[in-house]
Design a binder for this molecule. Structure first.
Ligand code: PXL
Length: 289
């Protein structure tokens, strides 16, 4: 009889930790923990505040990832999933590649964090952006926003709403970089609304979840979305169900935050809502793209 693995699933999260502004590890750890998943943080940098503040203090931890990986290998630690995000240097691409290669059986998720709203983040060099496709190449799932999808494909940032067929071709082309599953977040659609769209190459299926437009984009929303997506998939969700789970919670956290009128830099307010991540509901809001 096959032995069932007991206990929470374990995710190595290769991201920065920012003191204020709710993003990366300060979102990923509580969200995945609330879903019953253990997060093992592998910090890429420590920042006083995320880069959207313009001014911040940053300590680059490029020399940390490889020794940490060596330690985990020595201990024989296994991870159900390895999830990379904000990186502090282009060398960290090599360190992430080593991490992924050391765990061939883990579910590999790359959030190719590089920018938003058509511009790249302050600390992201052209070299770091150019090398992000090397990480995408080894991933099972990537979750770029529209800006990051355009950078990965070498396309200009779309200056208007997107057509369904163009979007389908972007999803397929991103998958041709390597990953079997691709999810693009925050896409303004020509048919109306802001959508999250997904593609599963093995099933040759395209999915779309339509969200409500809120005129402000809070830091950490993408980290929240991808964390819930991972928690759902590790719990057995299909891609569209996990997308729906992630979209519904993230939307409700965005609306919750909006009601307080806080600046976008304060990030997505989720603390009062975390308990809901455990709640069951019908996850059938998706449609075919
Ligand atoms: O949420 C993406 C992100 C993660 N980490 C840092 C950031 C950002 C986006 O601004 O600045 C430090």
């Amino acid at each position: 009889m096959t032995e069932l693995m007991e206990g929470p699933k374990r995710v190595a999260a290769i991201h920065d930790i920012s003191g204020i502004g709710r993003c990366s590890l300060t979102v990923i750890i509580p969200v995945l923990s609330a879903m019953g998943v253990q997060v093992c943080p592998v910090p890429t940098a420590v920042l006083s505040a995320h880069t959207g503040y313009g001014e911040f203090v940053m300590r680059d931890l490029t020399d940390y990832i490889t020794p940490a990986l060596e330690h985990y290998k020595k201990l024989g630690t296994s991870f159900d999933c390895i999830y990379s995000g904000f990186l502090a240097s282009s060398e960290q691409i090599d360190h992430c590649l080593d991490f992924f290669a050391s765990y061939p059986d883990s579910f590999k998720v790359v959030d190719p964090v590089m920018g938003d709203n058509g511009t790249s983040y302050k600390t992201y060099t052209p070299e770091l952006c150019a090398r992000m496709s090397e990480l995408a190449a080894v991933a099972d799932l990537i979750t770029p926003n529209l800006t990051e999808a355009a950078i990965l494909l070498g396309e200009p940032y779309p200056d208007g709403a997107m057509d369904r067929n163009v979007l389908r071709s972007w999803l397929v082309r991103l998958s041709q970089l390597g990953p079997g599953q691709v999810v693009i977040t925050s896409v303004p659609m020509r048919a109306g609304g802001i959508s999250t769209v997904g593609y599963d190459r093995d099933k040759n299926s395209f999915w779309r979840i339509t969200g409500e437009y809120v005129p402000i984009s809070y830091s950490g929303s993408g980290d929240m979305f991808t964390s819930i997506l991972i928690g759902g998939i590790l719990g057995g969700d299909s891609l569209p169900i996990a997308m729906d789970r992630a979209e519904v919670f993230t939307q409700s956290a965005i609306k919750h935050t909006y009601s307080y009128g806080t600046p976008w830099t304060d990030g997505i307010m989720f603390e009062p809502l975390l308990g809901r991540l455990r709640a069951d509901r019908d996850l059938c809001e998706y449609t075919e793209l």
